[in-house]
Design a binder for this molecule. Structure first.
Ligand code: NAD
Length: 308
């Protein structure tokens, strides 16, 4: 079984994944080139486990066990004892390729290497490794402690035994794994981002108002949130980056980012976090929509001297 797990990159995903692993009794080696990121990951685990104790979901003893099982380092060589390495460094092929290559000189021959990429080719990364049959994708969703799904991504080079071992681990972590092949965005993001992109394009073409597009999907399809509100929550800039990467891999028109995503990103109207995106919010970080604010398309038209 995969008892010792190294997580490389302690940002948004790495912090969540280390928590899930430590809570499930794994020995966790957290590695980040940035000492501040490593310190923040430890503080995040201290805070979330303290909350769990207050809510009586953990005992003090369990909490201290979790904290002892999580150690952080800034040197990749700390991954030497890992049975499984999960890389969640930034979404750049160059950075991930470098990590995968360096790991060959560090870990044991049997160690499984999992990439947390959203949209880059798992197959291409596997081919960089001296152990392509032990490289696969392990796609958690943000926030990792709360989201049930993990996609386990195989390439044509992946050994079934590696997939089986990681699938067992996913169940042990309390997740619901799905087995998928290697294509940009896999199942969930592949379908979701194509849909979000179409919604942005519909709004941009003034086919319907932002409110009506969102209402149609909430009320007609039973979704908890409309696509433009969801884009604001994900971050318009993040969505654009994901689509750019998916389009670069797939060359599928569905993934070619709608121009409005680029415009909003470049204007700093990145959604809830900025206080403005497709909608305007009471303040940055707030989810409260200011109802009668002008839409980005209206603003642009007004600037050109047109009636809105
Ligand atoms: P992030 O920017 O929050 O964190 C990346 C971390 O990696 C940073 O702390 C950085 O210091 C560190 N890092 C950079 N180079 C490194 C190296 N060579 N060795 C060790 N550490 C290094 O990024 P994130 O949002 O956590 O995303 C990480 C990966 O997970 C990406 O591939 C992303 O596509 C994927 N992903 C992200 C989300 C999400 O919602 N944020 C969801 C699913 C998958």
């Amino acid at each position: 079984p995969l008892n010792t797990v190294a997580v490389i990159g302690l940002g948004t995903m790495g912090t969540g994944i280390t928590e899930v692993l430590a809570r499930a009794g794994r020995e966790v080696i957290g590695i980040d080139v940035c000492q501040t990121a490593a310190t923040r990951a430890v503080q995040a685990l201290e805070a979330s486990t303290a909350r769990a104790v207050r809510r009586e979901r953990l005992t003090e003893e369990e909490r201290s066990g979790i904290l002892t099982r999580f150690r952080t380092f800034t040197d990749l060589r700390a991954a030497a004892d890992a049975d499984l390495v999960i890389e969640v460094v930034p979404e750049s092929y160059e950075i991930k390729q470098q990590v995968v290559r360096e790991l060959d000189g560090v870990v044991r021959p049997g160690t499984i290497i999992a990439t947390g990429t959203n949209a880059l080719s798992v197959t291409r990364l596997a081919a960089e490794s001296a152990r392509p049959e032990r490289v696969l994708g392990l796609h958690f969703f943000n926030p990792a402690p709360a989201m049930k799904l993990v996609e386990i991504v195989s390439s044509v080079l992946t050994a079934p035994a590696a997939v089986a071992a990681v699938t067992d681990l996913a169940y042990a972590l309390g997740k619901e794994p799905v087995a998928v092949g290697d294509r940009p965005g896999f199942v969930a993001d592949g379908l979701l981002f194509g849909y979000l992109n179409q919604a942005a394009a519909m709004y941009e073409a003034k086919y319907a108002s932002r409110e009506d597009i969102d209402a149609a999907m909430r009320l007609g399809c039973g979704l908890p949130m409309g696509p433009l509100a969801l884009l604001d929550m994900i971050g318009v800039d993040t969505a654009r980056t994901v689509l750019d990467a998916m389009y670069a891999e797939s060359q599928d028109r569905l993934h070619a980012p709608a121009p409005i995503l680029k415009q909003l990103s470049e204007a700093g109207l990145t959604g809830r976090k900025a206080g403005r995106g497709f909608y305007t919010y009471a303040e940055p970080g707030s989810a409260e929509v200011v109802r009668d604010a002008l839409t980005p398309v209206e603003d642009e038209e007004r600037a050109r001297g047109r009636e809105v």
